[in-house]
Structure formats: C-alpha cells, structure tokens
Design a protein around this ligand. Structure first.
Ligand code: PSV
Ligand code: MN
Length: 423
C-alpha cells in the first residue's frame, strides 16, 4: 500500500484555491514585516525528521496494550508505513532502527526497499535494556556499567554489531540509551558505575567508522527509580567529551524532570558544539511519549528559537520523533507530530533575531518578550502547506490520509490482529 504523486494531486485539488488565497494573504503580511517567506519555505522543505521503527504500531503501558488494526508486523511493512508518511509530508525522509527489534535479514534488500520510498537510514539504536533469549548474561543489573566484565563485554559487542548493521544500511550514527542505574540506595557505587560506563562507551566509540557519530542519550529515571547512570545532560556531555570529537549529547524532550528549562540546555550544548541528536515528543509528567506539541507548544518554539541560532561549530543535529501511541492511530499521531515540529521551526525562523538581541542588550525585557510572541502567535500554517505542496506532498496530510482510507486499506491487507515489534 502506497500513495503516489497523482493520488496526492487529486487529493489536493479541492483545497487548492482556498489555500492559494490564504497563502498569498499571509505572504503579503509577512513581507510587510520584512520577512523573506521564500527563504522560510526553502528551509521548511529541507527539514527532514526521522521516524523510529518502533513507533509505527500501538504502544502500551505497564497496565496493558490495546492493539491497532493493520500494524506492521515486519521491517518491510514498517518501511512501507514510513514511506506513506513521507509521501504525504515530504518531511520524513529517514527511518531510525532499533536492534534487535528490527534487525534486517538482508540489509542490502532493506536498503533498496527504503530507497524506493525515498528513505535513508538515520541513527541506529542499540538495546541493552532488555534480555534476549540468545544472550549469556542478563542486563537486570545493568549493561555498560555492569560489575561483571563478561556482561559489559557482551553489551559492548552488541553495540559493535549494531554499528556493523548500520554500516551496511548506510547509516552514519549510533544512539546509545542505557537503562542502567539502581532502584535502591546503596545498590550501586555511583563513581565506579560511571567509570565502567565511560570505558565501555570509549570502546564502542573507537569501533565506529571515522565518519560516524555517537549520540549519548540521557534520562533521569525509569526503569530505575533511585539512580540512572547517565541521568542528565551534564553526565552525557562529560562522557561525550571523554569519548572524542565525534561523540555528542542527545536531547529527548521527555527525559527531563518537570519544569526543566530545556531550551537553556539546548543553548549550552550548542555553545559547546555538542548537541548531536534530538528526540521529539511531549510530556506533562515524565517520559510520557505524547504527540509533539500537544502539551507544551510554546516550549517547543523556544527550543527551536535556540536551534535556529546554531553556531557553525555544532553540526546539524539528527532529528527524530520518539513517541508512543496508546490511543491514536500511530500514523496519524506521527503526521501531527511532524506538523508540530515544522510549525515551531517556522515560527522560530520568523523571529527578528537582530531586534531580539538589541532588546537584550538594552535590557528591554518587555520588548524581548513581545518579539518572541509576535512570531509565536502568528498563524502561519499556510506557509507549511505551501512548502509541502511545492515538494509534492499533501496540502493537508491528515485529511489526505483519511480520505485515502489508508488505515482501512492496511487493515484489509494485514488484518486486525498484527502486532509490531517495539515496546
Ligand atoms: C528511552 O526512554 C528512549 O527514549 C530511548 O531513546 C529508546 O531508544 C526509546 O525510548 C525506545 O525505548
Ligand atoms: Mn529517546
């Protein structure tokens, strides 16, 4: 099941003239304010966000899982689903694989299949937070931090295998997220656990090809509830520095304690040239994995306001959605998330950075805030549609998805009871 360009053109037809009016009106308003809309549109067209292979089926909580009809049961079907999202949005041109959830049997075949859908392979993700049947040593008490040399070595070898698979797929980066930590005071020697983790990461880092990047993801708690070895951006930064210049921090929006100023963390990491990757989602309480922009859209805009000021010494970060879908159709959820990311990005591109800096220098607090609000409060959705239209995507992806009855067709083809691998 796929959606081709002709179908998309047909689906767009009924909304085109109204869109044209709305776009021209908005363009005029923005140009009066001195905004170069063409430049914003081309930046929007260039923005590509990777879709994680584990977010294409229904998620679940520890209390239960309610499956969704037509879930992709194989990697091939997952690639197909990302292909659908990319055809509609033209902004999801990559897929990020979790190993062993999505180990390709024949990487060459998988690589070719992805290329047919216009997709490349973004960061590879290793998994040493779950035990696999074939492994000798359990990760119950940690992996890269484990007190047992053999267990640590097993986890290191797994990461090396993930790199090998990534190389055969054309990926250029590895994301390491560790659940390692402790549930009770006294359980872990903090210093020794961190040192063991650092040494393990260094071994993985030195195994990577020279043109690869290592992304070190942090998270304050869960599944361990007393301590996590890589708990925050500072620890991730310290480890990235120890590894070397191709090691970076990865910010997952859900991996912060309530009210953390994430935009400030982003600015600090950019200043040090160490922001390597981004996992988008939204949260109210913890790692809630909610649709991007559904809870704190203003925070997302403020984060993008830092990201659009990226200094040259910080390479362009890898963008990825990392969410879970317990109620909504996963593909609809991902379409909404992509739109929220593009909206926040476009709003940040509208900010008059020179005026903002001037207001800061003269300590005009009110004006500084007003400048941000001017961009944040403008309804610029026609700009997003225009960028998508010019790239061959759908004017309104969610409408098109429903009109094309994609989910119904997937259910027809795959059945109601398929289950996707992942959490
Ligand atoms: C952990 O909570 C995380 O954010 C990591 O990125 C994992 O790879 C992903 O979620 C799936 O478990
Ligand atoms: Mn994540």
């Amino acid at each position: 099941m796929s959606i081709n360009k002709d179908q998309i053109q047909d689906l767009n037809r009924s909304g085109e003239s109204q869109h044209q009016q709305q776009f021209e009106f908005l363009q005029e308003q923005l140009e009066i304010q001195g905004i170069n809309t063409e430049s914003v549109i081309s930046k929007l067209q260039a923005l590509q966000v990777a879709i994680p292979s584990w977010a294409l089926g229904a998620g679940g909580t520890r209390f239960g899982r309610f499956s969704y009809g037509g879930e992709p049961a194989t990697l091939e079907e997952k690639i197909n689903d990302v292909g659908i999202i990319h055809s509609l949005t033209r902004s999801a041109g990559a897929i990020s694989l979790h190993i062993p959830w999505d180990t390709p049997e024949d990487p060459e075949v998988i690589r070719k299949l992805a290329a047919v859908h216009g997709l490349t392979f973004d960061a590879m993700n290793s998994n040493t937070f779950q035990d696999q049947q074939s492994q000798n040593h359990s990760y119950k008490y940690g992996s890269l931090c484990h007190t047992n040399d053999l267990c640590r070595q097993q986890a290191i070898e797994h990461n090396k295998q993930v790199i090998d698979i990534g190389v055969s797929l054309g990926s250029k980066s590895l994301t390491v997220w560790l659940a390692d930590g402790s549930c009770f005071p006294g359980q872990l020697n903090f210093r020794k656990a961190l040192e063991r983790t650092m040494n393990s990461l260094k071994e993985i880092y030195h195994y990577m090809p020279a043109d690869w990047k290592l992304f070190i993801e942090y998270k304050p708690y869960e599944p361990n509830f007393y301590s996590t070895v890589i708990q925050d951006w500072g620890t991730s930064h310290l480890l990235a520095n120890e590894c070397g210049e191709n090691a970076f921090c990865l910010v997952d929006l859900g991996h912060h304690l309530p009210n953390t100023n994430i935009e400030q963390i982003v600015a600090t990491l950019l200043w040090k040239g160490k922001l390597g990757g981004f996992h988008f989602n939204d949260s109210k309480y913890g790692d809630d994995d909610l649709t991007v922009g559904s809870i704190k859209p203003y925070q997302l805009f403020l984060i993008f306001n830092e990201l659009v000021n990226r200094p040259d010494h910080n390479p362009s970060p890898a963008w990825m959605i990392d969410a879970s879908h317990n109620l909504k159709d996963p593909l609809e959820d991902l379409l909404q998330s992509l739109e929220a990311i593009r909206l926040a990005y476009a709003q940040a591109l509208l900010v008059d950075q020179q005026a903002l800096e001037q207001a800061r220098i003269s300590n005009d607090v009110t004006l500084a805030q007003e400048i941000l609000h001017r961009s944040y409060r403008a309804d610029i959705r026609p700009l997003l549609s225009e960028a998508r239209l010019r790239s061959g995507g759908a004017l309104y992806p969610l409408d098109a998805y429903r009109k094309a009855a994609v989910r119904e067709k997937l259910i027809e083809r795959r059945g109601l009871n398929t289950v996707a691998t992942g959490l």
